[in-house]
Design a protein around this ligand. Structure first.
Ligand code: 5GP
Length: 118
């Protein structure tokens, strides 16, 4: 893990199974689970198992394994929620809106006419 990483953050606890989550995907390097306060139905979070605080300190090799999973989940939620598009978001540091300090990608289905803001 990166030196800036706190292994007691909530997503680390989800990874260890210490708090429950609704997992919708997992492989050797990556998991995806439903966001507990979804901005729209089908809001999924994709996280690498490897600990980094956010994108800024992440190992590029980890990113290269994570992005294909973001793509996979984007297609999956688009189909499952009959969405017209998919919004991907990712925040780094509190000033940018980050609240959980384990790298994660938001994958959010979008419907025509629903507006761009959550
Ligand atoms: P961010 O750090 O990018 O602002 O967002 C963190 C996201 O994690 C939020 O969308 C929030 O709803 C979600 N979240 C926070 N705590 C939990 C939790 O315990 N379980 C799940 N599934 N999601 C959480």
């Amino acid at each position: 893990p990166s030196p800036d990483y706190d292994k007691n953050n909530i997503f680390a606890k989800i990874l260890r199974g210490e708090i429950p989550s609704v997992r919708v995907y997992e492989d050797e390097h990556t998991i995806a689970f439903m966001d507990v306060m979804p901005q729209a139905p089908g809001h999924v979070l994709v996280i690498p198992r490897e600990g980094s605080r956010n994108l800024l300190d992440a190992d590029p090799a980890v990113l290269s394994r994570t992005i294909p999973v973001v793509q996979k989940l984007a297609n999956a939620v688009k189909e499952a929620f009959e969405a017209d598009g998919v919004f991907i978001a990712q925040f780094n540091e509190p000033a940018a809106g980050q609240t959980v300090f384990h790298l994660h990608f938001h994958v959010i289905p979008r419907h025509e006419g629903a507006g761009l803001k959550p």
